[in-house]
Design a protein around this ligand. Structure first.
Ligand SMILES: [Ca+2]
Ligand SMILES: [Ca+2]
Ligand SMILES: [Ca+2]
Ligand SMILES: [Ca+2]
Length: 449
Protein backbone atom coordinates (compact mmCIF):
# COMPACT_ATOMS: atom_id res chain seq x y z
CA UNK A 1 0.00 0.00 0.00
CA UNK A 2 1.27 3.46 -0.90
CA UNK A 3 1.48 5.94 1.94
CA UNK A 4 0.95 9.07 -0.12
CA UNK A 5 -2.45 10.19 -1.24
CA UNK A 6 -3.40 10.23 -4.87
CA UNK A 7 -6.26 11.77 -6.66
CA UNK A 8 -8.89 9.58 -7.95
CA UNK A 9 -9.54 11.28 -11.29
CA UNK A 10 -6.03 11.82 -12.46
CA UNK A 11 -5.18 8.16 -12.34
CA UNK A 12 -7.75 7.43 -14.99
CA UNK A 13 -6.80 10.47 -16.98
CA UNK A 14 -3.15 9.50 -16.97
CA UNK A 15 -3.87 5.91 -17.81
CA UNK A 16 -6.20 6.74 -20.64
CA UNK A 17 -4.08 9.56 -22.01
CA UNK A 18 -1.55 6.92 -22.94
CA UNK A 19 -4.15 5.35 -25.20
CA UNK A 20 -5.19 8.86 -26.32
CA UNK A 21 -8.69 8.94 -24.86
CA UNK A 22 -10.15 10.60 -21.80
CA UNK A 23 -9.18 14.22 -21.92
CA UNK A 24 -10.28 16.56 -24.65
CA UNK A 25 -9.44 20.18 -24.17
CA UNK A 26 -11.43 23.29 -24.84
CA UNK A 27 -10.42 23.52 -28.48
CA UNK A 28 -12.05 20.17 -29.12
CA UNK A 29 -15.03 20.99 -26.97
CA UNK A 30 -15.64 23.97 -29.28
CA UNK A 31 -15.41 21.78 -32.35
CA UNK A 32 -17.95 19.36 -30.99
CA UNK A 33 -20.30 22.17 -30.11
CA UNK A 34 -20.08 23.58 -33.62
CA UNK A 35 -20.96 20.21 -35.08
CA UNK A 36 -23.75 19.34 -32.73
CA UNK A 37 -25.65 22.48 -32.03
CA UNK A 38 -25.07 25.06 -34.77
CA UNK A 39 -28.68 25.50 -35.74
CA UNK A 40 -29.45 27.68 -38.78
CA UNK A 41 -31.31 30.91 -38.14
CA UNK A 42 -33.39 30.79 -41.34
CA UNK A 43 -34.24 28.57 -44.32
CA UNK A 44 -31.54 29.04 -46.93
CA UNK A 45 -32.95 29.58 -50.42
CA UNK A 46 -36.29 31.03 -49.31
CA UNK A 47 -37.54 34.56 -48.72
CA UNK A 48 -40.75 36.24 -47.65
CA UNK A 49 -41.57 39.11 -50.00
CA UNK A 50 -44.12 41.79 -49.15
CA UNK A 51 -45.50 43.57 -52.17
CA UNK A 52 -46.79 47.13 -52.35
CA UNK A 53 -50.55 47.44 -51.94
CA UNK A 54 -50.89 48.75 -55.47
CA UNK A 55 -48.95 45.82 -57.01
CA UNK A 56 -51.13 43.79 -59.41
CA UNK A 57 -50.88 40.05 -59.99
CA UNK A 58 -49.11 40.93 -63.23
CA UNK A 59 -46.55 43.05 -61.35
CA UNK A 60 -45.85 40.15 -59.04
CA UNK A 61 -45.39 37.67 -61.88
CA UNK A 62 -43.01 40.12 -63.56
CA UNK A 63 -40.89 40.46 -60.44
CA UNK A 64 -40.76 36.67 -59.97
CA UNK A 65 -39.82 36.04 -63.59
CA UNK A 66 -37.18 38.76 -63.66
CA UNK A 67 -35.55 37.33 -60.53
CA UNK A 68 -36.17 33.63 -61.29
CA UNK A 69 -38.26 33.23 -58.15
CA UNK A 70 -40.73 30.42 -57.64
CA UNK A 71 -43.79 31.07 -55.49
CA UNK A 72 -44.16 28.48 -52.71
CA UNK A 73 -47.25 29.93 -51.08
CA UNK A 74 -49.31 33.07 -50.50
CA UNK A 75 -49.17 34.65 -47.08
CA UNK A 76 -51.48 37.25 -45.50
CA UNK A 77 -50.88 41.02 -45.89
CA UNK A 78 -49.84 40.81 -49.53
CA UNK A 79 -46.86 38.56 -48.79
CA UNK A 80 -45.48 35.52 -50.59
CA UNK A 81 -43.04 32.83 -49.60
CA UNK A 82 -40.71 32.35 -52.60
CA UNK A 83 -37.92 29.95 -53.53
CA UNK A 84 -34.70 31.41 -54.92
CA UNK A 85 -32.89 30.03 -57.96
CA UNK A 86 -30.14 27.54 -57.14
CA UNK A 87 -26.87 29.23 -56.39
CA UNK A 88 -28.36 32.54 -55.28
CA UNK A 89 -27.89 33.07 -51.56
CA UNK A 90 -30.68 34.39 -49.39
CA UNK A 91 -28.61 37.42 -48.41
CA UNK A 92 -27.79 38.33 -52.03
CA UNK A 93 -31.35 37.87 -53.24
CA UNK A 94 -32.63 40.00 -50.39
CA UNK A 95 -30.22 42.80 -51.24
CA UNK A 96 -31.35 42.72 -54.86
CA UNK A 97 -35.11 42.50 -54.29
CA UNK A 98 -35.40 45.48 -51.96
CA UNK A 99 -34.73 47.74 -54.97
CA UNK A 100 -37.80 46.49 -56.86
CA UNK A 101 -40.36 49.30 -57.05
CA UNK A 102 -43.31 47.08 -56.09
CA UNK A 103 -41.57 45.35 -53.19
CA UNK A 104 -42.17 46.85 -49.74
CA UNK A 105 -39.93 44.54 -47.76
CA UNK A 106 -38.02 41.26 -47.90
CA UNK A 107 -37.12 39.03 -45.00
CA UNK A 108 -35.74 35.55 -44.41
CA UNK A 109 -38.03 32.67 -43.55
CA UNK A 110 -36.71 32.40 -39.99
CA UNK A 111 -36.45 29.13 -38.10
CA UNK A 112 -37.79 28.71 -34.57
CA UNK A 113 -36.77 26.05 -32.06
CA UNK A 114 -38.19 24.84 -28.80
CA UNK A 115 -36.60 26.63 -25.84
CA UNK A 116 -35.19 23.41 -24.48
CA UNK A 117 -31.89 24.73 -23.20
CA UNK A 118 -31.95 24.45 -19.41
CA UNK A 119 -29.61 27.41 -18.97
CA UNK A 120 -27.85 29.81 -21.33
CA UNK A 121 -24.44 28.24 -20.63
CA UNK A 122 -23.34 27.06 -24.09
CA UNK A 123 -21.81 23.75 -22.90
CA UNK A 124 -24.72 22.75 -20.69
CA UNK A 125 -25.84 20.26 -23.33
CA UNK A 126 -22.60 18.33 -22.74
CA UNK A 127 -23.46 17.96 -19.06
CA UNK A 128 -25.40 14.75 -19.42
CA UNK A 129 -25.09 14.23 -15.68
CA UNK A 130 -27.39 17.21 -15.08
CA UNK A 131 -29.94 16.42 -17.77
CA UNK A 132 -29.60 13.44 -20.09
CA UNK A 133 -31.91 13.61 -23.08
CA UNK A 134 -30.03 10.87 -24.89
CA UNK A 135 -27.55 13.33 -26.44
CA UNK A 136 -24.30 11.83 -27.75
CA UNK A 137 -21.25 12.41 -25.59
CA UNK A 138 -18.03 11.95 -27.56
CA UNK A 139 -19.86 9.62 -29.93
CA UNK A 140 -21.65 7.58 -27.28
CA UNK A 141 -25.44 7.91 -27.27
CA UNK A 142 -26.84 8.48 -23.79
CA UNK A 143 -29.80 6.79 -22.16
CA UNK A 144 -32.47 9.43 -21.49
CA UNK A 145 -32.85 10.40 -17.82
CA UNK A 146 -29.62 8.75 -16.66
CA UNK A 147 -28.88 11.96 -14.78
CA UNK A 148 -29.38 13.66 -11.42
CA UNK A 149 -32.45 15.71 -12.55
CA UNK A 150 -30.71 19.01 -11.88
CA UNK A 151 -33.17 21.32 -13.71
CA UNK A 152 -36.06 19.79 -11.79
CA UNK A 153 -34.18 20.37 -8.53
CA UNK A 154 -33.38 23.98 -9.44
CA UNK A 155 -37.06 24.70 -10.02
CA UNK A 156 -37.76 23.62 -6.43
CA UNK A 157 -35.15 25.91 -4.88
CA UNK A 158 -36.28 28.94 -2.86
CA UNK A 159 -35.74 32.34 -4.50
CA UNK A 160 -32.80 33.15 -2.24
CA UNK A 161 -31.25 29.98 -0.92
CA UNK A 162 -28.76 30.12 1.92
CA UNK A 163 -25.14 30.38 0.87
CA UNK A 164 -23.34 27.08 1.37
CA UNK A 165 -19.56 26.68 1.66
CA UNK A 166 -18.05 23.52 0.20
CA UNK A 167 -14.39 22.86 0.96
CA UNK A 168 -12.67 21.33 -2.06
CA UNK A 169 -9.82 19.38 -0.49
CA UNK A 170 -7.76 18.58 -3.56
CA UNK A 171 -5.11 20.17 -5.77
CA UNK A 172 -5.41 23.93 -6.18
CA UNK A 173 -8.12 25.64 -8.17
CA UNK A 174 -7.87 28.27 -10.91
CA UNK A 175 -9.83 30.88 -8.96
CA UNK A 176 -9.62 33.39 -11.84
CA UNK A 177 -11.49 31.09 -14.25
CA UNK A 178 -14.34 33.25 -15.60
CA UNK A 179 -16.89 30.52 -14.88
CA UNK A 180 -15.61 30.07 -11.30
CA UNK A 181 -14.44 33.42 -10.00
CA UNK A 182 -17.88 34.35 -8.69
CA UNK A 183 -18.09 31.05 -6.82
CA UNK A 184 -14.95 31.17 -4.70
CA UNK A 185 -15.20 31.54 -0.93
CA UNK A 186 -13.56 34.64 0.47
CA UNK A 187 -12.26 35.05 3.97
CA UNK A 188 -13.65 38.57 4.47
CA UNK A 189 -11.52 39.41 7.49
CA UNK A 190 -8.33 38.69 5.56
CA UNK A 191 -9.50 40.15 2.24
CA UNK A 192 -10.35 43.42 4.02
CA UNK A 193 -7.47 43.10 6.47
CA UNK A 194 -3.82 43.93 6.81
CA UNK A 195 -1.26 42.41 4.49
CA UNK A 196 1.24 39.95 6.01
CA UNK A 197 -0.89 39.77 9.14
CA UNK A 198 -3.18 37.01 10.41
CA UNK A 199 -6.26 39.21 10.80
CA UNK A 200 -8.64 36.46 11.92
CA UNK A 201 -6.04 34.74 14.10
CA UNK A 202 -6.68 31.31 12.57
CA UNK A 203 -2.97 30.59 12.21
CA UNK A 204 -2.80 31.36 8.49
CA UNK A 205 -1.57 34.69 7.18
CA UNK A 206 -3.64 36.26 4.37
CA UNK A 207 -5.65 33.14 3.70
CA UNK A 208 -8.01 34.89 1.29
CA UNK A 209 -9.57 31.90 -0.50
CA UNK A 210 -8.41 28.96 1.59
CA UNK A 211 -4.88 27.65 1.95
CA UNK A 212 -2.17 25.80 0.07
CA UNK A 213 -1.05 23.18 2.61
CA UNK A 214 1.24 21.58 0.04
CA UNK A 215 3.38 24.67 -0.47
CA UNK A 216 2.55 26.30 2.88
CA UNK A 217 1.29 29.58 1.47
CA UNK A 218 -1.90 31.38 0.48
CA UNK A 219 -1.45 30.85 -3.27
CA UNK A 220 -4.15 28.34 -4.13
CA UNK A 221 -3.36 28.15 -7.86
CA UNK A 222 0.04 27.18 -9.26
CA UNK A 223 -0.57 26.10 -12.86
CA UNK A 224 -2.80 24.02 -15.12
CA UNK A 225 -0.75 20.86 -14.81
CA UNK A 226 -0.73 20.96 -11.03
CA UNK A 227 -4.25 22.22 -10.45
CA UNK A 228 -6.42 20.99 -13.31
CA UNK A 229 -8.03 18.33 -11.15
CA UNK A 230 -9.31 20.67 -8.44
CA UNK A 231 -10.45 23.19 -11.05
CA UNK A 232 -12.53 20.54 -12.84
CA UNK A 233 -14.04 19.23 -9.61
CA UNK A 234 -14.93 22.79 -8.49
CA UNK A 235 -16.71 23.55 -11.77
CA UNK A 236 -19.01 20.56 -11.39
CA UNK A 237 -20.08 21.82 -7.97
CA UNK A 238 -20.12 25.56 -8.54
CA UNK A 239 -19.55 26.84 -12.10
CA UNK A 240 -21.60 29.99 -12.62
CA UNK A 241 -24.97 29.18 -14.13
CA UNK A 242 -26.77 31.37 -16.69
CA UNK A 243 -23.75 33.62 -17.27
CA UNK A 244 -23.66 32.84 -20.99
CA UNK A 245 -20.34 30.98 -20.88
CA UNK A 246 -19.14 27.44 -20.43
CA UNK A 247 -20.83 25.00 -18.10
CA UNK A 248 -23.33 25.10 -15.24
CA UNK A 249 -22.50 23.80 -11.77
CA UNK A 250 -24.89 21.54 -9.87
CA UNK A 251 -25.47 24.24 -7.21
CA UNK A 252 -25.73 28.01 -7.52
CA UNK A 253 -25.85 28.87 -3.85
CA UNK A 254 -22.36 27.60 -3.21
CA UNK A 255 -18.89 28.98 -2.54
CA UNK A 256 -15.74 26.87 -2.94
CA UNK A 257 -13.17 27.00 -0.13
CA UNK A 258 -9.91 26.00 -1.81
CA UNK A 259 -7.82 23.68 0.34
CA UNK A 260 -4.87 22.43 -1.64
CA UNK A 261 -2.90 19.57 -0.13
CA UNK A 262 -2.10 17.48 -3.20
CA UNK A 263 0.94 18.24 -5.33
CA UNK A 264 2.28 16.51 -8.42
CA UNK A 265 3.37 13.50 -6.34
CA UNK A 266 0.39 13.30 -4.02
CA UNK A 267 -0.35 14.64 -0.56
CA UNK A 268 0.31 13.50 3.00
CA UNK A 269 -1.70 12.57 6.09
CA UNK A 270 -0.29 15.59 7.88
CA UNK A 271 -1.48 18.04 5.26
CA UNK A 272 -4.84 16.30 4.78
CA UNK A 273 -5.53 16.58 8.51
CA UNK A 274 -4.67 20.28 8.50
CA UNK A 275 -6.95 20.83 5.49
CA UNK A 276 -9.89 19.04 7.14
CA UNK A 277 -9.33 21.02 10.34
CA UNK A 278 -9.21 24.28 8.39
CA UNK A 279 -12.54 23.36 6.77
CA UNK A 280 -14.03 22.81 10.21
CA UNK A 281 -12.59 25.93 11.85
CA UNK A 282 -13.50 28.28 8.99
CA UNK A 283 -17.11 27.37 8.44
CA UNK A 284 -17.25 24.83 5.60
CA UNK A 285 -20.68 23.15 5.43
CA UNK A 286 -19.40 20.10 3.53
CA UNK A 287 -16.18 18.79 2.01
CA UNK A 288 -15.53 17.27 -1.42
CA UNK A 289 -12.80 14.62 -1.45
CA UNK A 290 -11.95 13.29 -4.89
CA UNK A 291 -8.84 11.45 -3.74
CA UNK A 292 -7.69 8.36 -1.98
CA UNK A 293 -4.80 6.07 -1.21
CA UNK A 294 -2.72 5.11 1.75
CA UNK A 295 -3.78 2.60 4.35
CA UNK A 296 -5.99 2.73 7.42
CA UNK A 297 -5.06 6.16 8.73
CA UNK A 298 -6.42 6.66 12.24
CA UNK A 299 -5.30 10.28 12.43
CA UNK A 300 -7.14 11.17 9.24
CA UNK A 301 -10.23 9.22 10.26
CA UNK A 302 -10.34 11.13 13.57
CA UNK A 303 -10.03 14.47 11.74
CA UNK A 304 -12.90 13.54 9.39
CA UNK A 305 -15.15 12.58 12.30
CA UNK A 306 -14.19 15.74 14.17
CA UNK A 307 -15.18 17.78 11.07
CA UNK A 308 -18.62 16.26 11.50
CA UNK A 309 -20.13 17.80 8.35
CA UNK A 310 -20.90 15.79 5.19
CA UNK A 311 -17.60 14.44 3.86
CA UNK A 312 -18.20 13.26 0.31
CA UNK A 313 -15.48 10.88 -0.89
CA UNK A 314 -14.62 9.13 -4.16
CA UNK A 315 -14.77 5.33 -4.13
CA UNK A 316 -11.66 5.03 -6.33
CA UNK A 317 -10.83 3.95 -9.86
CA UNK A 318 -9.29 0.50 -9.59
CA UNK A 319 -12.42 -1.38 -10.71
CA UNK A 320 -12.07 -3.11 -7.34
CA UNK A 321 -14.37 -4.26 -4.56
CA UNK A 322 -13.72 -1.90 -1.65
CA UNK A 323 -15.33 -4.38 0.74
CA UNK A 324 -12.42 -6.75 0.07
CA UNK A 325 -9.66 -4.18 -0.34
CA UNK A 326 -10.56 -0.92 1.40
CA UNK A 327 -10.05 2.43 -0.28
CA UNK A 328 -9.46 5.35 2.11
CA UNK A 329 -10.90 7.73 3.07
CA UNK A 330 -14.10 6.58 1.32
CA UNK A 331 -14.10 3.19 3.09
CA UNK A 332 -14.05 4.46 6.70
CA UNK A 333 -17.27 3.63 8.50
CA UNK A 334 -17.51 7.24 9.77
CA UNK A 335 -21.14 8.38 9.84
CA UNK A 336 -20.47 11.62 7.95
CA UNK A 337 -18.79 9.99 4.93
CA UNK A 338 -20.77 9.46 1.73
CA UNK A 339 -18.78 7.31 -0.69
CA UNK A 340 -19.41 7.63 -4.40
CA UNK A 341 -19.08 5.28 -7.38
CA UNK A 342 -19.27 6.36 -11.04
CA UNK A 343 -21.89 5.86 -13.76
CA UNK A 344 -21.66 6.44 -17.54
CA UNK A 345 -24.22 8.27 -19.68
CA UNK A 346 -25.57 4.89 -20.76
CA UNK A 347 -26.49 3.92 -17.18
CA UNK A 348 -23.69 1.39 -16.90
CA UNK A 349 -21.35 1.57 -13.95
CA UNK A 350 -18.05 3.01 -15.22
CA UNK A 351 -15.63 0.19 -15.93
CA UNK A 352 -13.00 1.89 -13.77
CA UNK A 353 -15.29 2.48 -10.79
CA UNK A 354 -14.71 0.81 -7.45
CA UNK A 355 -17.77 -0.65 -5.75
CA UNK A 356 -18.69 -2.40 -2.50
CA UNK A 357 -22.09 -3.47 -1.22
CA UNK A 358 -21.32 -2.18 2.28
CA UNK A 359 -18.55 0.38 1.78
CA UNK A 360 -19.79 2.32 -1.27
CA UNK A 361 -23.02 4.25 -0.70
CA UNK A 362 -24.20 5.83 -3.95
CA UNK A 363 -23.29 6.37 -7.60
CA UNK A 364 -23.22 9.60 -9.61
CA UNK A 365 -22.30 10.68 -13.15
CA UNK A 366 -18.54 10.28 -13.62
CA UNK A 367 -17.82 9.24 -17.21
CA UNK A 368 -16.86 12.04 -19.63
CA UNK A 369 -17.80 14.99 -17.50
CA UNK A 370 -17.39 18.43 -19.05
CA UNK A 371 -16.20 21.07 -16.58
CA UNK A 372 -13.90 24.02 -16.00
CA UNK A 373 -10.16 23.72 -16.60
CA UNK A 374 -7.38 26.23 -15.90
CA UNK A 375 -6.73 29.00 -18.39
CA UNK A 376 -10.39 29.92 -19.00
CA UNK A 377 -10.90 26.57 -20.70
CA UNK A 378 -12.99 23.42 -20.33
CA UNK A 379 -12.15 19.74 -20.45
CA UNK A 380 -13.66 16.30 -20.31
CA UNK A 381 -12.51 14.15 -17.41
CA UNK A 382 -13.63 10.75 -16.15
CA UNK A 383 -13.34 9.21 -12.70
CA UNK A 384 -15.06 8.73 -9.38
CA UNK A 385 -13.35 12.11 -8.82
CA UNK A 386 -15.91 13.57 -11.19
CA UNK A 387 -18.85 11.65 -9.70
CA UNK A 388 -18.12 12.91 -6.17
CA UNK A 389 -18.66 16.65 -6.90
CA UNK A 390 -22.10 15.87 -8.34
CA UNK A 391 -23.01 14.60 -4.87
CA UNK A 392 -21.35 17.58 -3.16
CA UNK A 393 -23.40 19.86 -5.42
CA UNK A 394 -26.59 18.11 -4.38
CA UNK A 395 -25.62 18.47 -0.72
CA UNK A 396 -25.09 22.20 -1.33
CA UNK A 397 -28.53 22.48 -2.93
CA UNK A 398 -30.10 20.70 0.05
CA UNK A 399 -28.37 22.88 2.63
CA UNK A 400 -29.21 25.98 0.61
CA UNK A 401 -32.88 25.01 0.58
CA UNK A 402 -32.93 23.89 4.22
CA UNK A 403 -30.01 25.34 6.21
CA UNK A 404 -30.77 23.52 9.48
CA UNK A 405 -30.35 19.98 8.16
CA UNK A 406 -28.07 17.82 10.28
CA UNK A 407 -25.27 15.79 8.73
CA UNK A 408 -27.16 12.58 9.39
CA UNK A 409 -30.29 13.97 7.72
CA UNK A 410 -28.24 15.01 4.70
CA UNK A 411 -26.68 11.59 4.39
CA UNK A 412 -29.97 9.78 4.87
CA UNK A 413 -31.70 11.88 2.20
CA UNK A 414 -28.86 11.51 -0.31
CA UNK A 415 -28.83 7.73 0.16
CA UNK A 416 -32.62 7.54 -0.10
CA UNK A 417 -32.56 9.54 -3.34
CA UNK A 418 -30.24 6.89 -4.76
CA UNK A 419 -32.17 3.96 -3.32
CA UNK A 420 -35.28 5.21 -5.11
CA UNK A 421 -33.36 5.57 -8.35
CA UNK A 422 -31.89 2.11 -8.78
CA UNK A 423 -29.94 1.03 -11.86
CA UNK A 424 -29.54 -2.59 -12.96
CA UNK A 425 -25.78 -2.09 -13.39
CA UNK A 426 -25.45 -1.16 -9.69
CA UNK A 427 -27.55 -4.00 -8.24
CA UNK A 428 -25.50 -5.99 -5.76
CA UNK A 429 -22.57 -3.63 -6.30
CA UNK A 430 -23.20 -0.71 -3.96
CA UNK A 431 -25.28 -0.17 -0.82
CA UNK A 432 -28.20 1.73 -2.35
CA UNK A 433 -27.96 0.16 -5.81
CA UNK A 434 -28.75 3.54 -7.33
CA UNK A 435 -27.71 6.95 -8.54
CA UNK A 436 -28.22 10.14 -6.54
CA UNK A 437 -31.12 12.36 -7.56
CA UNK A 438 -31.08 16.11 -6.94
CA UNK A 439 -34.83 16.58 -7.36
CA UNK A 440 -35.72 13.90 -4.81
CA UNK A 441 -33.02 15.19 -2.45
CA UNK A 442 -34.16 18.82 -2.52
CA UNK A 443 -37.79 17.77 -2.17
CA UNK A 444 -36.98 15.67 0.88
CA UNK A 445 -34.76 18.40 2.33
CA UNK A 446 -37.58 20.94 2.11
CA UNK A 447 -39.93 18.53 3.90
CA UNK A 448 -37.47 17.51 6.62
CA UNK A 449 -38.15 18.62 10.19
CA1 LIG B 1 -33.59 13.84 -15.95
CA1 LIG C 1 -5.86 34.08 8.77
CA1 LIG D 1 -4.01 39.58 6.51
CA1 LIG E 1 -21.40 29.06 -16.90
Amino acid sequence: MKRTTRFVGLIVVTALLASSATMVFAKDLNLIEANVSSRPAYVEGELIVRYAGKATIFDKVKIREKNSLEKIKDLPSNMELVRLPAGLSTTKAKAKLVFEANVMSVQPNFLYYPDDAITNDPYVGFEWGLDNQGQEILGIAGTPDIDIDAPEAWSLMPASPDEVIVAVIDTGVDISHPDLQGSIWMNEEEVNGIKNFDDDGNGYIDDFYGWNFFQRDNDVFTNAKADGHGTHVSGTIAAQTNNGIGVAGVAQNVKIMVLKFIGMNGGTTADAILAVKYAKDNGADAANNSWGGGGYDQALKDAIEDFGKPFIAAAGNEAADNDLDAHYPSSYDSKNIISVASVENTGLMSDFSNYGITSVDVAAPGGYIASTYPGSSYAWMSGTSMATPHVSGIVALMLGAKPGLTTLQVKEIVLKSAASNKLPSLAGKILTGGMVNAEAAVKAALKAK
